[in-house]
Design a protein around this ligand. Structure first.
Ligand code: HEC
Length: 105
């Protein structure tokens, strides 16, 4: 019994450590993008809110900084932009860029 527990703990730690930053980044990006998807549809559909698919990481970052600084007025997006750290912003920008490549043939 003790051996089984030890083995599963060992297996568990292997799973935990097989986590190169690439995987973590993608997962983090997907989580963050799920937050955006409640308004911005991630299937490319446009329900009156501009799509953020096809936006380059540079454009996305620029737009978010403009919302943060009120250079671009939007109560909704200012709140969202302020809630994201620079690192989270970079993560979601990278994720949205890869998503775009997958969605468009
Ligand atoms: C509560 C709804 C809502 C959520 C959630 C939301 N947005 Fe927005 N977003 C909007 C609206 C509305 C606009 C249009 C604002 C304007 O007129 O500038 C917008 C505009 C944008 C733009 C500018 C698009 C363009 O074409 O210029 C970007 C970039 C953007 N959002 C990114 C994001 C990201 C990234 C997230 C998730 C972290 C997110 N948004 C979450 C509602 C939302």
């Amino acid at each position: 019994m003790r051996k089984i527990i030890a083995a599963s703990i060992a297996a568990g730690s292997v799973i935990t450590f097989v986590d190169p930053s690439q995987t973590a980044d993608r997962d983090g990006g997907a989580q963050l993008a799920a937050m955006c998807a409640s308004c911005h549809r991630l299937d490319g559909g446009d329900g009156g809110i501009p799509t953020i698919l096809g936006i380059s990481p540079e454009m996305l970052t620029r737009a978010m900084l403009a919302y943060k600084s009120r250079e671009r007025p939007s109560h909704i997006m200012r709140g969202i932009a302020l809630s994201l750290s620079d690192e989270e912003l970079a993560t979601v920008a990278r994720y949205l860029a890869t998503l775009n490549r997958q969605v468009r043939p």
